[in-house]
Write a protein that binds this ligand. Structure first.
Ligand code: SAH
Ligand code: SF4
Length: 423
């Protein structure tokens, strides 16, 4: 921050601790504003919450620019006016703003790239702030997505992560308005029809040069058979599925408004495994949702034991102002939430360690990303299940897909050796 002319904070409001960090950082930034007049801008989801922008204007008056999730493309102009005319700028529009095409992107990586395909959420899970700050679901046009991925492939990118708050609801809202919605796209000179998430996956799978396709976050209730088939029949879509569970208790899931039960979730995992026996899963789990009993929590542990996730993103329930769960009376005491969190963490770590052991002796296809952060002589990459694999090798392997024999395992990575590149 001390070198910057402009400090930009990009915010997330999904959990309270992310919000708290912004206020801590704003305190730090004040010194730079006072010393050298540094321009301070804040954007992202928190700026779509009125009580937050009011608080910033009231308690942090030295902030120059507040911009929202649908005004990102104006940022250069906003900074220009803040610098030249010393103006305070508030550039937040309604959450229902259109998806803006053509904003230039500077990517921090030249092997893996994220591509947003849809925005917003219609689900209103009772704990979640996202529908209130990102608005209703809307999808990008298939042609714009295909063009972006083709451009990335031309530049040498190898892995694409398709992004959306409910990535598998792609074109669902559009189809509700017009049942016959369908787009013709040209992929590698071939005409294809895109009218759903499954058909979009099939089209992207045809793009030459892209070795791996991943997507987050799908909603289990919308994980249709055509999507499972599209993945199973694809050449490049990873068989690692991120399938947010949130809770293993049907009671809690009902009060969370997730629209699936414990049994339906487990059946979905079975369906995916039947078609793709090599599939692996990661998940998100919230611990300590209001009213969660010991029995409910044990249901969550039960699903974790049954599915054996590759990785679990675990969150302690955090009250979000304006959501239905904020008003629920039976909030779980902090101490119990933390104890349950620790139990889940211990189980997850035990399972991950056991899983990593089963990799030893196998050969994994690894997309090499670069040198390891902690050792410049060691290359690092990931296998299809997104597990980190470190091995000794020449820098010419960076950006290539290699066959790596696994010779050791650690909790957060596998150790391998490689003598062959898979072209
Ligand atoms: N659309 C995705 C999730 C996006 S938010 C889905 O439906 O799975 C990312 C994760 O943050 C969620 O999966 C959830 O586990 C967590 N999360 C959301 N709101 C939360 C809250 N109030 N407290 C704790 N964790 C929360
Ligand atoms: Fe939030 Fe639920 Fe929408 Fe995911 S599906 S963004 S958890 S409301």
């Amino acid at each position: 921050m001390d070198d910057a002319d402009v400090i930009i904070f990009n915010t997330c409001c999904v959990r309270e601790n992310a919000e708290d960090r912004l206020f801590g950082k704003l305190g730090e930034a004040k010194k730079f504003k006072e010393d050298k007049g540094t321009i301070i801008a804040i954007g992202g989801c928190m700026m779509q919450e009125k009580q937050i922008t009011d608080k910033i204007k009231r308690s942090y008056p030295y902030v120059d620019i507040i911009f929202g999730t649908h005004t990102l493309e104006n940022l250069a102009k906003d900074i220009y006016f803040a610098l030249k005319e010393k103006k305070k700028i508030e550039d937040v529009i309604d959450i229902e703003g259109e998806i803006h095409e053509g904003t230039p992107i500077v990517r921090g990586d030249n092997i893996k790239a994220s591509v947003a395909i849809m925005n917003g959420c219609n689900n209103f899970c009772t704990y979640c702030i996202v529908p209130y700050v990102r608005g209703r679901e809307r999808s990008r046009k298939p042609g714009d997505i295909i063009n972006e991925v083709e451009e990335l492939a031309k530049k040498g990118y190898k892995e694409i992560m398709l992004l959306g708050q409910n990535v598998n609801s792609y074109l669902v809202s559009e189809r509700e308005k017009d049942n016959n919605i369908s787009y013709e796209v040209i992929v590698q000179g071939k005409e294809m029809i895109v009218n759903s998430f499954a058909t979009l996956l099939k089209a992207i799978d045809e793009i030459e040069g892209i070795e791996r396709i991943r997507f987050i976050s799908p909603h289990p209730k919308d994980f249709t058979d055509d999507v499972i088939e599209a993945i199973a029949n694809s050449k490049h879509i990873c068989h690692l599925i991120h399938l947010p569970l949130q809770s293993g208790s049907t009671n809690v899931l009902k009060r969370m408004n997730r629209k699936y039960s414990k049994e339906q979730y487990l059946k979905l995992v079975d369906r995916i495994r039947r078609l793709m026996p090599d599939s692996t899963f990661t998940t998100d789990i919230i611990v300590g949702f209001p009213g969660e009993t010991e029995e409910d929590f044990e249901d969550t542990l039960d699903v974790v034991k049954k599915v054996k996730f590759e990785q679990i993103f675990m969150f302690i329930y955090s009250i979000r102002v304006g959501t239905p769960a904020e008003k629920m009376e039976d909030q779980v005491p902090e101490e119990i939430k933390h104890k349950r969190f620790d139990r889940l963490k211990a189980l997850a770590e035990k399972q991950i360690a056991e899983k990593n052991e089963t990799y030893v002796g196998t050969t994994q296809k690894v997309l090499v990303e670069g040198y390891s952060k902690t050792n410049e002589k060691i290359l690092t990459g990931r296998n299809e299940a997104n597990v980190i694999v470190n091995f000794k090798g020449d820098k010419s392997l960076i950006g290539k897909m290699c066959d790596v024999k696994i010779i050791g395992n650690h909790i957060w990575y596998l150790e391998g050796c490689c003598d062959k590149i898979q072209e």
